[in-house]
Design a protein around this ligand. Structure first.
Ligand SMILES: Cc1cc2nc3c(=O)[nH]c(=O)nc-3n(C[C@H](O)[C@H](O)[C@H](O)COP(=O)(O)OP(=O)(O)OC[C@H]3O[C@@H](n4cnc5c(N)ncnc54)[C@H](O)[C@@H]3O)c2cc1C
Length: 380
């Protein structure tokens, strides 16, 4: 076993770091305050090949893996989680297309994503169905050569910025098996009856767009079905195996940022005649942060590496996601505490880190859901 990153991996990491430090830093505060984003940054990230690196070369992607995406994600999230997410989610759901769409669909939808010509979203969550994804009640009923879609979706990333959204909907509500009722249907966001409203006032990751979607008699051709009918739940679980690795990498990036801020501040800030870094209480906190980050990263790397090699380790993926999210939240808490009163003020990055961290314990499966998966994988 070789724990060292290859030359190529090191280059990917340093290119991502250089891009994020050069471009995100000046905008992070403004985008956070105003809940905005700059299209130019996203297009530049696409141009440089940082978006959807797992998309195969035949669709003009980089043809890399989820492991490489984790390397980029960590570096981007160290600099600013809001901007990092606004870029990283531009192809949220492309994994489902690459995994299960027809060749023609892949060519039509994947290429514009990596070229910076289109964004997409994936709409699973509903006002009354979050963790229990199989309870999603939106319907897509077949009428001739079309699906007629009705329902509402909640907290959907890129509902407005996206050119199309994959909607998780019941195509066979009568199926007695609730895990065999859903399918993924691609809905172009300019379809009649599709309406997305931006949700304001998020705690963190405010450069990323979160929306509520209403689908009222939206008609799409049956050719917009992605994969097989009634296979949606299975497609969704496969998708989560990939996206949970990224969220784990997000947590690692946020926690690392908290550690870097803590080290910087503790060397500069004096109390009782000495830098607070000289206090053993501070040193213990720094040691704890470092150790948790190392453990989180090790799990994340292994989980993503296994996904890339076709070895799906549900328990490990869930553990990486849960532990990295927890680490991000705990490290952000320590960093803010180290900054004392200054940390509580908007002028300091630690306040943003503290607010941004929490989402890693909520989306793509809450902490509780991850623990259920871990326990299930062990008690099987
Ligand atoms: C900023 C943001 C972006 C998002 N982007 C998207 C997106 O692009 N697409 C999308 O589809 N969704 C998206 N989501 C939704 C997100 O995935 C859900 O919020 C999440 O899955 C939790 O669902 P919920 O909010 O309905 O909480 P609930 O499922 O109602 O959970 C509430 C609480 O109950 C706990 N709980 C639930 N079930 C169990 C159980 N069986 N055992 C123990 N505890 C349990 C949960 O852990 C949680 O603490 C986004 C959310 C946010 C905040």
């Amino acid at each position: 076993m070789d724990f060292r990153l290859s030359r190529e991996h090191k280059d990917i990491k340093s290119a991502a770091k250089e891009f994020a430090e050069g471009v995100f830093t000046d905008h992070a505060e403004e985008f956070d305050q105003n809940e905005t984003f700059d299209e130019g940054i996203w297009k530049k990230a696409c141009e440089l090949g940082f978006v959807g690196v797992w998309i195969k070369e035949e669709y003009e992607g980089m043809g890399m893996g989820f492991f490489e995406n984790c390397l980029i994600t960590e570096e981007f999230f160290v600099v600013d989680p809001g901007i990092a997410l606004a870029i990283g989610t531009t192809c949220f759901g492309s994994e489902i297309i690459q995994n299960s769409a027809t060749e023609e669909q892949k060519k039509t939808y994947l290429t514009p994503l990596v070229k910076g010509e289109a964004r997409m979203g994936t709409a699973i969550t509903e006002p009354d169905a979050g963790s229990d994804t199989a309870a999603a009640a939106t319907t897509a009923i077949r009428e001739g050569d079309e699906y007629v879609i009705n329902g509402s979706k909640m907290f959907i990333t890129n509902g407005i910025r996206g050119k199309f959204v994959l909607v998780f909907a019941q195509t066979n509500p009568e199926n007695p098996d609730r895990h065999k009722r859903h399918s993924f249907i691609l809905v172009e966001t300019d379809r009649k009856g599709y309406e997305a409203t931006k949700l304001h006032g998020k705690l963190g990751i405010r450069a990323s767009e979160t929306t509520e979607i209403s689908l009222s008699n939206v008609r799409v051709p049956v050719s917009n079905l992605i994969g097989q009918e009634e296979n949606g739940f299975k497609q969704l679980m496969n998708f989560f195996n990939q996206t949970r690795c990224y969220v784990a990498a997000q947590g690692v990036g946020i926690a690392r940022s908290a550690l870097e801020e803590t080290i910087k501040h503790s060397k500069q800030r004096y109390a009782f005649g000495a830098p607070i870094a000289s206090l053993q209480a501070t040193q213990f906190k720094i040691a704890e942060m470092y150790t948790r980050i190392q453990a989180s990263r090790a799990m994340t790397y292994e989980a993503a590496w296994k996904v890339d090699h076709g070895e799906i380790d549900h328990g490990l993926i869930a553990a990486a996601k849960w532990y990295s999210g927890r680490t991000a939240v705990e490290c952000a808490d320590i960093a803010l505490q180290m900054y004392g009163g200054y940390g509580y003020m908007a002028d300091y990055k630690v306040q943003r880190i503290y607010r941004d961290a929490k989402i890693t314990e909520i989306y793509e499966g809450t902490t509780d859901i991850e623990k259920i998966i871990i326990a299930r994988s062990l008690l099987r």
